[in-house]
Design a protein around this ligand. Structure first.
Ligand code: MEV
Length: 283
């Protein structure tokens, strides 16, 4: 049996989501596939899934249509896809609960939004331990650009924690402001008001910059995209590197111009579609 789970792109609310505030995540067309067979490389997540729901000696191997360096969430996708191979009839809730437990055991930190995207797919409004709400949205005019720098999620989460310890009121205020814009983004995405959705990305980026998780390379790809007409742009995920996202205007020139600008600023454009299907049995 082969199973697969999608990667994800964080749209709004990264970091704040770790502290109980909402975020919006979309599952992407890039997928991670798991089949029976001997694994190579980092097998911690597969081994933990087998220890939870499998029989001793069961082996699985993973291959993905995307590189682990992009920050698309390969650890959660491999965990979810392996659990699905072990129990194809488990409910999404059962898959989510077990996969999130495994990811937390191994990584120690994380909100679980990436696990939710891998299980449920689509585009989700997510609050840790509270809400997984699917959003019905039209095709998003999204461009994804990779900085070429692999981010270290755990140390970025720790940096924000340190900042919060030093300046709790300021950081809480930032999180609250992010939560507010995430709620507005949810409505505007459902309405398909991409201009406003873009503006809200800009606001979110300002707060992420204040949290200290942006980087020079991210900023240069973001400003390139905006100069080329993007409605808005921001980093996506932990920051420090990984990917940025931008919303391109409609029209024949909209997408190509934004993509060209990102490439000229030294970014790698990654072609993905949003709103992808969650975990599934392939064959
Ligand atoms: C990382 O992709 C997003 C963070 O919010 C961490 C998490 O939610 O697990 C920084």
């Amino acid at each position: 049996m082969t199973t697969s789970a999608p990667g994800k792109v964080m749209l709004y609310g990264e970091h704040a989501v770790v502290y109980g505030y909402p975020c919006i995540v979309t599952a992407i067309s890039e997928r991670l596939f798991v089949s029976e067979g001997t694994a190579v490389g980092d097998t911690r997540f597969i081994d933990a899934a087998v220890a939870a729901w499998g029989k001793p000696g069961q082996k699985f191997s993973a291959r993905s249509s995307f590189s682990g360096k992009y920050g698309f969430g390969s650890s959660s996708a491999v965990t979810v896809a392996t659990l699905k191979a072990l129990r194809p009839h488990a409910t999404n809730r059962e898959l989510f609960d077990m996969a999130y437990k495994i990811v937390l055991d191994i990584q120690k930190v994380g909100s679980g939004f990436d696990v939710a995207a891998a299980v449920y797919g689509g585009t989700l409004y997510y609050i840790k331990n509270k809400t997984i709400e699917p959003l019905v949205i039209k095709d998003m005019p999204l461009v994804v650009g990779y900085t070429g720098i692999k981010a270290d999620t755990v140390s970025l989460i720790n940096n924000v924690a340190q900042k919060k310890k030093e300046n709790p009121e300021k950081v809480e205020r930032i999180f609250e402001a992010i939560a507010k814009l995430v709620d507005e983004a949810k409505t505007k995405m459902i309405e398909g008001d991409w201009e406003r959705v873009g503006k809200l990305m800009d606001f979110n980026q300002e707060y992420l910059r204040d949290l200290g998780v942006s980087s020079e390379k991210l900023e240069s790809l973001i400003s390139a995209a905006k100069s080329a007409g993007a409605y808005g742009a921001k980093l996506s995920g932990a920051g420090g590197g990984d990917c940025m996202i931008a919303l391109h205007p409609n029209g024949v020139q909209g997408k190509p111009l934004v993509e060209k600008a990102i490439k000229e600023a030294g970014g790698e454009v990654i072609n993905v579609t949003t709103n992808a299907e969650g975990v599934r049995v392939e064959s």
